[in-house]
Structure formats: structure tokens, C-alpha cells
Ligand binder design. Sequence first.
Ligand SMILES: C[S@@+](CC[C@H](N)C(=O)[O-])C[C@H]1O[C@@H](n2cnc3c(N)ncnc32)[C@H](O)[C@@H]1O
Length: 391
Amino acid sequence: MPNIQTKKLDYKVFPLSQDGYTFHYIADSKKINEKLIYTTFEDKSFFLKIIERENDYLIKYDKLTRVSPIKIIKDALKAFQTLHNLELTFSNIESKKETQHLEKSDAYLKKISYFAHDFHTDKEIWVEVGFGSGRHLLHQALANPDIQFIGLEIHGPSIEQVIKQCKIQNINNLLLAAFDARIFLEFLSSNSVGKLFVHFPVPWDKKPHRRVISPAFIDESTRVLKQDGTLELRTDSENYYAYSYETFMSLTQCDLQIRKNQEIVISSKYEDRWKRQEKNIYDITLTNQEISQEKEKITKLTFSQQPSFKEVKAKFTPHVFKGDDYFVHFERLYEIDENSGIIKLSFGAFEKCEHKYLIFNDNKIQYFPYEALPIKQNLKSHKKIEEFLYA
Ligand SMILES: C[S@@+](CC[C@H](N)C(=O)[O-])C[C@H]1O[C@@H](n2cnc3c(N)ncnc32)[C@H](O)[C@@H]1O
């Protein structure tokens, strides 16, 4: 990742601009010899990070706020070098051929904030969790043009492969999210989904808490499913089947259908492999019987009052707060000046937490690089953060 190193660095007084980049301020975490430089270029904003080591300075990109393409960060480092007249002892910022990152604003692959705030459809929705090679998802999307499909997957190469296929086959009723399915359903309206497919989920025999199927997932599934909508679990793992059966059975009321070695419309890569090995395949289909209440939308997680940074600084120590299904880790504090600064923190659901900076500046306090997602564990964390700030 882009970085430069130098033996000598005399900081200029910011704000300063060079080659289209503006360096606004330096925030200093005195305890660990680390500084953040708030940098903007066109409509992008991010931090450069300076680590003051025993014999030299390492100046590099900041993982939490990194922007793409990476060339923007390399050129920011170059502009910083020019401004400070740095003699470098190491540099890897000379651009060779730039590789482009998966562009998250792709017509098929939507940012998670799109699903959290802007997604709307009048069509019935069908969702596939962990679509892998996408054989089943693509087949269903082509066969059901009146349905809006959403595919969820956390494996980048599988997502790229399916985007390619969507383009080749000109599919226009499918959106993808590179996001953990255990949280995603929170963004969907109640009674909007006709079918939820969970085909051959990772069994996680040694870490069952990472399984997609859980009481919380089933709760959210029954909320988003229409009346008579179905959740279809298909697995070759006897363990996963037994665990899921038990989890479904713990519901006070449910309509389950169990089948063994049933053919379905299309066989996935995994399924072909298991069939060749003559393994049994189990289906559990849950049919939702209820009409659920509309979910209260969590509004944006913003701060109503501006606490004094001086007071926050006086009481700040790194610490962790653990709630029932959420946590807040106050990690580090940086000072910009007496009245402004930054707190680095992580918070939210244990299985999908947020890493953010909280910037206190210009009489405002806000999450950076962007707001936390409006899900219930984040809301609980946000309240805890406010409690700490305003206490
Ligand atoms: C065993 S593969 C099955 C793929 C496909 N459904 C099939 O039948 O061929 C499981 C897939 O689920 C994805 N996955 C695992 N956990 C996930 C999660 N929490 N959210 C979304 N996808 C997940 C994995 O990346 C993997 O591609």
C-alpha cells in the first residue's frame, strides 16, 4: 500500500494546497506518535497517516478512510512530499499500471447505503443469500422478469463473475450487495419478499455463531417475507440440517416442509459436486403465515448536541462497553487544537461492526468517512456513544 518514508520532517502550518490537494489540519495522537492529516481532493476526503518512528517518519494511506482509485492517495503523498520538500528514504508511489478496484457504483452492485436509504421497488422481491457462482440466481432472474432479485455475497471474485454474466445476459431485474446476509434483511420492508433462498451455506461446524441461519435471521426473515412467502434452506451438511431444524422448531409457530434428495430447477456447482459424491441433500422450507408490522425506520445516526471537546478529552480513556448484542470500543483520541479533535472507535453488532472516526470540528460532531448504517445494533451503540459524550 502506498507509503513514503523520510528521516526529516518539519510540519508546515495547515491549511495548505498543492496540485489540487488541500491539507486542512493535523490531528495528533500524542500517546502513540501517530498523526492524521485531513486531506481533500475534488469531492473526496480522507486521512493521510504519519507514524513517527524512532529514526524516521512513515507517511501512508489510512485504511478506514481510503478512497479509490489508489492513484488519488499516491498523488496526495506526492503533493505532501513536494510541500514539505522531503528527501525520501523509501517510496512506492510512482504509478505503474493502476489496477482499478471493484467500482461500487456499478449498475448491478449497489453500495449498502443505497439499500439502507434509497432502495425502493413496487415489485415482489426474491433474495438469494451467498449466491456463489450465481448459477441459481441468474437462472431465476431470467425466468422471472417481474420479480426484483437481490443477491447477497461476501466473496469478491464470485460477485465480479456474476456482474459479468448480468452484463452479458442483459439482466435488468437483479441487484447485488457485497454484504453480510445476517444483517442485510434489516434494510428491507416488512412483507416485501416472496422467496428467500439459502443454498448450501457454509456449515461453520467449528464456529456455529457464524452461520447464516440463527434465531435472529429467522425473525428478520419472517418479518420481510410476505404471507405465504418461503425461506428455502438447501444443504448437504447433516449437522447444518439438524441445527437448522432445531432452530426453526424453537419458533412458537411455523409451517415447515422437509424433503430429502429433491431435484430443483437448477443445480449449483456445489450441488453437482455433492451429487457426484452421492451425498444426501436436505431441504427445509419455511412458509411464513403472518403479516408483519411495518418496521420503524431508524433515522440517520447524527448528533443533536455539540459536546465540548475539552471535556471529552479530559474524560477520555480507551475502553470497551459490551451490551447484549452490540459493543462500543473507544480506541484512541487525536487533538487538532484545544477545542477540536477526533476519536477513533469501532461499534455495532459483534458480527458486523463499524470502524469510524468521530470528528469534533467547526462546532459540529460527525462520523467520518461516512455515517454509520441505520441498523438496530448501531442505534444502540450510537446512544451509548452519546451517553459518554454528554455525561
Ligand atoms: C458453499 S457456498 C454456496 C454457493 C451457492 N449458493 C451454491 O449453491 O453454489 C456458500 C457461499 O456463501 C457465501 N457466504 C458465506 N457467509 C455469508 C454471509 N454471511 N453473507 C453472504 N454470503 C455469505 C460464501 O462466500 C460462499 O460463496
